[in-house]
Design a protein around this ligand. Sequence first.
Ligand SMILES: *Cc1c(COP(=O)(O)O)cnc(C)c1O
Length: 402
Amino acid sequence: MSQKPSDRLAIEGGAPVRREVLIFGSPDVREAELREVEATLRSGWIGTGPRVARLEEAFRRYIGARYAMALNSCTAGLHLSMIAVGVRPGDEVITTPMTFASTGNAIVHLGATPVFVDCQRETLCIDPQRIAARVNEQTRAIVPVHFAGRAADMTRIQEIARAHSVRIVEDAAHAIETVHQGRKIGVIGDCTAFSFYVTKNVITGEGGMVTTEDPEIADWIKIAGLHGMSRDAWKRYSDEGFRHYEVTFPGFKYNMMDLQAAIGLPQLERVEANLARREQIWRRYTEAFADLPLRIPQDPPPGDRHARHLFVILCELEQLRYDRDWILQALHAEGIGTGVHYRPLHLHPYYRKQFGYREGDFPDAEWIGARTISLPLSSKLSDDDVGDVIAAVHKVLNAAQR
Ligand SMILES: *Cc1c(COP(=O)(O)O)cnc(C)c1O
């Protein structure tokens, strides 16, 4: 039977599902952000100032944390948090290979050794049992990642950390709205680092936030993020009269600007509304993909809340004639942008060369890494956009099926 022209895959010369590529991870920016940015520029105060302070307070309240410190990225937050909890050169830090480069890089920048342990195929998060098997005298910290917005098993991870006097720094780049067993992510570990990068659930362009319950850590990160200059140095140009600053140690240039906070303030006000929209899209995907040769994300256990940051499908390669990368190309040809979260970090050239990691070291992360595709999930997507994604995924996977 001959196929209708529209059934022919765009990658094989057929008509695409949509002409304009649907960008993966496009930010949901509205009028309120434009107004706040303009007001900031007109105010004459663009750098770190009152809007950053407002964003810190709003974020602190949203999380329910004692302290929140704004920085220019989550990477900066991970870096400072690990110094703050006492990671020193030569220490080992346990983390997952199923993460973005910056989790591992921040460990390397401290002169510490990233010790990967494998993750779980169901949750895509680090496997607590494997942490327990690997933790030792050299371990200074554990850095779990709440993958795609699903909480890692913090109850188990906390038990392990306490038993071995190891600190916890959470990579919550995906997890602003996440809850673990009734506890908000951001109040569990010693420090939690969030990201406001352009693809994340709340954006400031570049930006991040660290929360902690520890006043000393909060104080130190605040100072370390701005050259090590004495507290509230930004006030030195304010109308409270001239103040000298003092450098107490050589800190970093990690501060957030008011111009960035101006984007973040209205974003944070819409955080729950945007999550509700992504939950709708999530439900449509879940229903639409039930019969395809895919694994789709399972809901977290009762008591947890998923931040719905990434909708990750895992291709059942055994049932397909093509590999994951071909499917990515075919989806792109149909006009659907995608992401890959992640090719496991231990297999990147630097980590292989420097730490001797090899293929086969973490079979579950590698299994996920060969199959994973992230579909568009922005709250900006229209119902038609979502329909296009569903149509393209059906078209490509039906054609690719053995
Ligand atoms: C985005 C991301 C980061 C880095 O965030 P930045 O704000 O860009 O530094 C770190 N970890 C994970 C898991 C991420 O997805």
